[in-house]
Design a binder for this molecule. Structure first.
Ligand code: SAM
Length: 240
């Protein structure tokens, strides 16, 4: 399990209470032990435990272990909201597979409609799941979970990024565009339980200069399966 900070490491710092508990109770570390910590820039340092006081653990960075990983383009998952814990599952698996950002999207055929307060609660929960998944799989950064977008906001803010849209009514195979997704930033846009509204597909095609709707086969996949399949294809093409 990795430890992350939300700030650059320059001097002695205190661990979050969750991490302090993990370090003291689970790992049973003592003053003088060293732990690898990745900071907000993605740089990993060997840090020495310099003080343990009540439930607080203080560390001092000793030396750099590794620099931030330079990626050959960001993978952004924009996925329709799903009911129950299905979106949580997508967040966990997408983080493990290497996405850089997750955008929850309120689409026309979503079964769930979240009001402002519930959105805030859900985003906090998804951020916690992303952090835990990042720690568990040992990646050097924690993907961002953005606010809930609607399709208009998505096309407005990401119109300069290339879009791959697995669409249940498309017949052109993903395979046809594989070579074009090997580098650069890509948004993978996945529909909700009820699939895409035709108007949403029309808007994506009209407003996004590089937008490719693709098929993932003749079977209708659950939204989370489609998300994981699309991310995996792109990761495979990128060689990691
Ligand atoms: N009702 C099921 C559910 O609750 O998950 C299936 C939903 S499916 C319509 C949701 C999304 O997964 C679609 O909008 C699309 O983005 C993607 N998808 C599923 N099967 C697909 C396929 N064969 N080809 C391309 N995209 C697919």
């Amino acid at each position: 399990r990795k430890i992350f900070t939300s700030f650059p490491l320059t001097s002695t710092f205190e661990l979050s209470s969750d991490d302090a508990h993990h370090v003291m109770v689970v790992l049973r570390h003592k003053v003088g032990d060293s732990i690898a910590v990745t900071d907000s820039t993605g740089t990993t340092y060997d840090c020495i435990i310099t003080q343990i006081e009540n439930h607080a653990v203080f560390l001092t960075p000793a030396h750099k272990i590794s620099d931030a990983v330079i990626s050959n383009g960001k993978i952004i998952l924009a996925a329709g909201l799903l009911k129950n814990d299905r979106f949580e599952w997508i967040v966990q698996k997408a983080v493990e597979l290497g996405v850089d950002r997750i955008i929850p999207v309120q689409m026309n055929h979503c079964v769930v409609k979240l009001n402002e307060t519930r959105q805030q609660d859900k985003i906090k929960r998804w951020q916690k799941i992303a952090l835990e998944a990042a720690k568990q799989c040992g990646r050097n950064d924690v993907p961002e979970i953005t606010a809930v977008f609607d399709i208009s906001k998505l096309v407005k803010e990401y119109r300069d990024v290339r879009f791959v849209v697995p669409y249940e009514q498309e017949t052109a195979p993903f395979h046809d565009i594989c070579q074009q997704v090997r580098t650069g930033d890509i948004v993978i846009c996945i529909g909700p339980e009820g699939g895409f509204d035709k108007n949403e597909i029309a808007l994506l095609r009209e407003k996004i200069p590089w937008c490719r709707t693709v098929s993932l086969g003749t079977r209708i996949l659950r939204a989370e399966t489609a998300a994981i399949a699309a991310i995996s294809i792109i990761m495979y093409e990128r060689g990691f």
